[in-house]
Design a protein around this ligand. Structure first.
Ligand code: A3P
Length: 322
């Protein structure tokens, strides 16, 4: 008789064979799984997350399309919900752990086989549990949708998002993959062939849900969070039903959280300068420039026209603009 793991591997292989596939630039192939593109290595994790994850009403999900400011929002959210336990200055877990270690991605938790170990790890996490996910809204596990858990989504102007993807994936991609030109990478991006893409579908799924269920999904933009971080930190706390008191505000607690989670502070912490996280990715690669408008240093006029046209086509009528 086949072992459970053998059976699972067999089922996964059959699943992969049945899915449309395209060559990528950040991974050799992307598979179209439940209407989003995914490297084969992520499908098992997404599948297990959908089958096994049991959300608690107090859970918080930080959702995003990759390279949209996930690391920052994870750090801010963790600090906001845990502010009673940790002062921002001393002994704060963010001083000794990377945000992705404190706020793990659900699809990567379930990446490996030993589901029972994962479930007991999850049930032992202190509440409120804060998780990350790149999975599009329609593909979240039913238990996330049916529970009262809250979702904060962050998106970013696709021009800067593309550049952040381009620089990041060039650093982490395997040497065995052929190099591609930036124009080719943009072609794929515009066709939506990138992990958890198309970008616009990922954004629009959460955008629509934030309009339909504003108490369930809070939709943020990286640019706005940068522009007025104080306002949005307060907004996140209100959304999560843990608003800052006047006393906390006058004590400077909001400013302390903002300073602790700033790019400069995070980037220069020893814990984020070396070592790896998740799928063996160097932690330092998560912190680059964090600038709005860096895309102008990478885009030719033809590339600008291409992405502008694609965005117009994909976002028109949605009410979402950049
Ligand atoms: P750039 O590549 O434009 O510099 P993600 O966290 O979703 O992977 O997104 C990474 C982007 O967020 C990178 O953008 C990175 O520099 C930026 N970033 C990481 N930490 C940040 C922080 N604390 N504040 C602002 N931006 C941050």
């Amino acid at each position: 008789m086949a072992s459970t793991e053998g059976l699972q591997a067999f089922e996964e292989e059959n699943l992969l064979l049945s899915l449309p596939k395209e060559r990528g630039w950040a991974a050799r192939y992307f598979y179209l799984y439940q209407d989003f593109w995914c490297p084969s290595t992520h499908i098992q994790g997404v599948n297990n997350f959908q089958k096994h994850f049991q959300a608690k009403h107090s859970d918080v999900l930080v959702a995003s399309f990759p390279k949209s400011g996930t690391t920052w929002l994870k750090a801010l959210t963790f600090s906001i919900v845990n502010r009673q336990h940790f002062s921002s200055s001393e002994n704060h877990p963010l001083l000794t752990s990377n945000p992705h270690e404190l706020v793990p991605f659900l699809e990567f938790i379930f990446h490996a086989d030993n589901i029972q170990d994962k479930l007991s790890y999850l049930s032992n996490m202190s509440e409120p549990r804060v998780f990350g996910t790149h999975v599009p809204f329609p593909s979240l596990s039913n238990s996330v949708k049916d529970s009262n858990c809250k979702i904060i989504y962050i998106c970013r102007n696709p021009f800067d998002n593309f550049v952040s993807c381009w620089t990041f994936f060039n650093k982490i991609k395997s040497n065995s993959l052929p190099g591609v030109k930036i124009e080719e990478a943009l072609e794929k991006y515009c066709k939506g062939i990138i992990g958890f893409g198309p970008t616009w579908d990922n954004m629009l799924g959460y955008w629509k849900e934030s309009i339909a269920s504003p108490n369930k999904v809070l939709f943020l933009k990286y640019e706005e969070l940068k522009e007025d971080t104080h306002f949005y930190v307060k907004r996140v706390a209100e959304f999560l039903d843990c608003p800052f008191t006047e006393e906390e505000e006058s004590n400077g607690d909001i400013e302390n959280i903002i300073k602790l989670c700033s790019l400069e502070r995070m980037k220069n912490l020893e814990v984020n300068k070396s070592g790896t996280v998740d799928r063996n990715i160097e932690k330092k690669y998560y912190f680059r420039k964090g600038e709005v408008g860096d895309w102008v240093n990478y885009f030719s006029p033809a590339m600008t026209e291409k992405l502008s046209k694609t965005m117009e086509e994909k976002l028109s009528g949605s009410g979402l603009s950049f």
